[in-house]
Design a protein around this ligand. Structure first.
Ligand SMILES: CC(=O)SCCNC(=O)CCNC(=O)[C@H](O)C(C)(C)COP(=O)(O)OP(=O)(O)OC[C@H]1O[C@@H](n2cnc3c(N)ncnc32)[C@H](O)[C@@H]1OP(=O)(O)O
Ligand SMILES: CC(C)C(=O)C(=O)O
Ligand SMILES: [Mg+2]
Length: 515
């Protein structure tokens, strides 16, 4: 099978992303991880850019043994000298030297004629070859270059000693078909092309960097360049983890292999994100937080029955521990039941269905259902299964205004099974609720304590209320209630305490009668 070399430029083109600045220690850490990931070549920096970058490239070159380390240089002797200073410690020093070949770049940026550009390119390669055993030459903005001129300069670069020829789509303008055609054209029109490896280098301005890279492979590229998480100048470079996983998953289509250790992807991606401060978008292919997350019921059910229904990549392939069935408003019973089991709740079908109903109601109101929310819902159902509710809150309505006396109207299902409604005022909304409830329950309530708190974080967290009271002069009892609204939670807590008191009384009578 044809082998594709992976050239990582996270530490050079990736670091060119606006807002990224890595120090030597950070670059070294990433370099070591890139070596574990199995990249064939890593571009450690641009040694002429600053003494700090030169030092980082030198330290990486002297540390990394299983990947070839390179640095970038303009076609300028001082840049090549700086690169040699940094890379001479490497096992097999490799230089990456470039010059632009498109009319726009030659005319406006370099202010050189095409002939002068050929001469500069050839001179720089010959100069570099005095030091470096391997020289990679890049035609910056190759894609927007005149194809015949590009073929000519590539031929001259090979004659001058380049052993890898890189043909970048520097501004991310190419379509996959066009980018592939450029490689085909070079294969057919550069007489000495078989002496070198052709390399792709794609930018993502139109979101086609990975597709273009794959098209280059289909048309004869032997090396592909890119970065971890696709970071890089402007919209970034081709994301190497996407390229690696695409080549593996669609081996049937591409029929090539790489040296990459794919299960190092997650770790590499996380490290690069952390040290560069570039957050990975949740829906990013392969490494996004949602790449293995399923939220909708139909998908969750499918994945529980057979993962390949909705997963073409296994989480383990990239070093992720498992997929993630996220519970939200689109989830279904299968996933909910599975999660309840995982959390250790052994509820019967009816209780599970009740819990699922409660979960759906909450999911409609809340952006994210947390683990704490699930605990609360499931515990509530478990307790409910163990006790008979005597008073049950049916509905609650509170009128509150700074200029008005708070009034609460409550509907409660009483032990006889009928629903009773009452209304009351109070100094505050909670007092109004408690007063209304006291009129419904049959007995004397003495409220001793009342507290509210939130379960979990965020403004949409569930509220929990705890009420301590005595009912008909029994001993003090604690009631708990949870709801998204603290007023509803308070009413539930109040009734929960009353119910517990009544249940306790029933138990005592049962014990007495059985003696
Ligand atoms: C497509 C790419 O990603 S290319 C790599 C881009 N990366 C970087 O630029 C990061 C590192 N760069 C730097 O630190 C600086 O730009 C340096 C040290 C390289 C040069 O700095 P300065 O000397 O101050 O020049 P400055 O950056 O302002 O301008 C670039 C000069 O290099 C010239 N130049 C650009 N590319 C090349 C090239 N491949 N070969 C020769 N000269 C080049 C430009 O025409 C311009 O020349 P001029 O001064 O005669 O007009
Ligand atoms: C220097 C070259 C390889 C580059 O980064 C580009 O053209 O995008
Ligand atoms: Mg680039």
């Amino acid at each position: 099978m044809r082998k594709i070399d992976i050239f990582d430029t996270t530490l050079r083109d990736g670091e060119q992303s606006a807002g990224i600045n890595l120090n030597t220690a950070e670059k070294l850490e990433i370099a070591k991880q890139l070596e574990r990931f199995g990249v064939d070549v890593m571009e450690a920096g641009f040694p002429a850019a600053s003494p700090g970058d030169l030092d980082a490239v030198r330290q990486i070159a002297s540390t990394i043994k299983h990947s070839s380390v390179t640095g970038l240089a303009r076609s300028v002797k001082s840049d090549i000298d700086a690169a040699w200073e940094a890379l001479k410690v490497a096992e097999c020093p490799r230089l990456h030297v470039f010059i632009a070949t498109s009319p726009i770049h030659m005319t406006y940026k370099l202010k050189q004629t095409p002939e002068q550009v050929v001469e500069t390119a050839v001179e720089s390669i010959k100069y570099a070859k005095q030091f470096f055993p391997i020289v990679q030459w890049s035609a910056e903005d190759a894609f927007r270059s005149d194809p015949a001129f590009l073929a000519h300069i590539v031929e001259q670069a090979i004659k001058a000693g380049a052993s890898v020829i890189n043909l970048p789509d520097t501004v991310g303008y190419a379509t996959p078909h066009e980018y592939g055609a450029m490689f085909k054209y070079m294969k057919e029109n550069v007489p000495n092309v078989e002496q070198v490896k052709l390399s792709s280098h794609c930018h993502n301005d139109l979101g086609m960097a990975v597709a273009n890279t794959l098209a280059a492979i289909e048309n004869g590229a032997d090396q592909v360049e890119g970065t971890i998480n696709g970071i890089g100048e402007r919209a970034g470079n081709a994301a190497l983890e996407e390229v690696g996983v695409a080549l593996y998953t669609r081996k049937d289509a591409y029929n090539v292999e790489t040296n990459l250790t794919l299960n190092e992807i997650k770790r590499t991606s996380q490290l690069v994100s952390q040290l560069t401060g570039m957050v990975i978008q949740a829906n990013k292919a392969v490494v996004g937080k949602n790449a293995f997350a399923h939220e909708s019921g139909i998908h969750q059910d499918g994945v529980l029955k057979e993962p390949t229904t909705y997963e073409i990549i296994t989480p383990e392939l990239i070093g992720e521990t498992s997929n993630n069935l996220v519970l939200g408003k689109h989830s279904g019973r299968h996933a909910f039941h599975e999660r309840a089991k995982e959390m250790g709740f052994l509820l019967d079908k009816e209780a599970l269905n009740e819990a699922f109903k409660e979960f759906k109601q909450l999911a409609d109101r809340k952006k994210e259902i947390t683990k704490e929310d699930l605990w609360t819902i499931l515990t509530h159902q478990q307790l409910k299964a163990e006790e008979t509710a005597i008073y049950e809150l049916e509905s609650i309505q509170v009128q509150y205004g700074t200029e008005h006396i708070p009034t609460a109207t409550v509907q409660v299902k009483i032990p006889e099974g009928t629903v009773v409604e009452d209304a009351c005022t109070g100094a505050g909304s909670v007092e109004a609720i408690f007063n209304a409830l006291e009129r419904i329950v049959d007995g004397k309530v003495n409220l001793l304590d009342y507290r509210v708190s939130s379960i979990g974080k965020g403004r949409d967290a569930l509220g929990e209320a705890v009420v301590n009271l005595t009912f008909n002069h029994t001993e003090e009892l604690t009631g708990r209630g949870t709801a998204q609204d603290v007023l509803e939670a308070s009413a539930k807590a109040y009734l929960n305490a009353i119910n517990r008191s009544l249940l306790q009384k029933q138990m005592e009578e049962l014990v007495k009668s059985s003696v």
